[in-house]
Design a protein around this ligand. Sequence first.
Ligand code: IFG
Length: 496
Amino acid sequence: MDLSQVALIPQPASLIATGSSFRLTDDTHLYASGEGATAAAEFLAGSLRPVTGYVLPVIAPAAGEPGDGHITLQIQSDTELGPEGYELTISEAGVTLTAPAGAGLFYGVQTLRQLFPAQIEAGSPQSGPWEIASGTIRDMPRYGYRGAMLDVARHFFSVQDVKRYIDLLVAYKFNVLHLHLTDDQGWRIEIKSWPKLTEVGGSTEVGGGEGGFYTQEQYAEIVAYAAERHMLIVPEIDMPGHTHAALVSYPELNCDGRDLELYTGTEVGFSTFCTQKEVVYEFIDDVIGELAALTPGPYLHIGGDESHVTKMEDYIPFVERVQGIVQKHGKEVIGWDEIANAKLVPGATVQYWAVAENAAKGLAQGAKVLISPAKYTYIDMKYDSTTELGLSWAAYIEVDRGYSWDPVEQVEGITEGDILGIEAPLWAETIDEMADIEYLAFPRMPGYAEIGWSPASSKDWETYRQRLAAHGPRFEALGINYYRSPLVDWPAASSE
Ligand code: IFG
């Protein structure tokens, strides 16, 4: 078998094929040694057992070599690989996966999954043989922040849907899920000191449906589920704009204190906190305090986009003050690119979505930039004019457009070191169920995974589209409702 012919996404940094193969059998043991190795081994075993029917016991390594036919996962220092890198060596005698940290073993496991035939993802007993090509892969990511964003405010998505999206994302080595928790149409995270935010603000959604929200226990459940899969949750409280749901829940946050009606449309830019009122900052302090306590990750996203009814002379001091509140609660600031008009605190990150000049302003202040230009990465954009779901204000984004761009070419004067990473946002004005998320996310997300992980030099649409086609059967096996783009020659079996 030829390892160099296996369709891996994202493409590894280096791969050497040795032309032989390893066969998994019912006698195969998984040996795990080092911090995080057992968890990675259990994740691998958990994905192989249901399909192969093999026991695949995970055990601490016996003294000396484990003998032939086994898989070894080992924590081993290797400065070149970095915190998420790994080395995977496959021979007839066995498989060895080493990494300096648990995350690297986890990403080596994701690669290992892709070496097995697509049926390995079916989740139910399949006939083998379970054979993988031999060789050595040494791999590490280009960017440390490889993210997806899910808007749960326009339409609410259940904990189960979020977990399913996490499962699909980590298979492609994404390591951040940014949850857009609040907007005009909905407030989706319980804040115990301001209960009406969810009682009122969480009670509807775009189109007038029942909306919903995450209790703090449910949010913690999502955070834990993601953490087990080496994925950070980045929570976003959008402000001062996109705040109508909060203003309905607590009119004192309005400048005129006027009672407002819940909003179920899709306009943007019509709401603002009253930036002159002290109670607004007490509110924000409480909200960020509770959310920060529930968020182990380093980032808290303060939004800042489309504050069209907030005067710039009010917006700037507001953003400066809110950054201080985030820092007080021990978190680092991320905000949409408009925040670069304010003075940024050290460690702040500007999320470039619309105005490259704002990103450049952030750079000039020493901020990092999270690259998510709407024209390439907004997966709520239609594939083309025939796509039912999604919008088209930024661009039509077919699979090739979503793949054929580079993060370091998006902002004048930016360098690799200025880039925190990339993120592909999915706004939810036009979607309200998991099948819709899957349709817009696949097959585009694997392309963003490759942009975020693989060396820029290995990017090539013509060869990528062939690897992507070979993932069609994997999408089928995983039950993903993916868009069969006409730009990809999906294998016959998967076009039925
Ligand atoms: N822009 C808005 C989003 C959403 C989006 C839909 C940002 C930062 C258009 N803000 O993108 O709330 O409405 O494509």
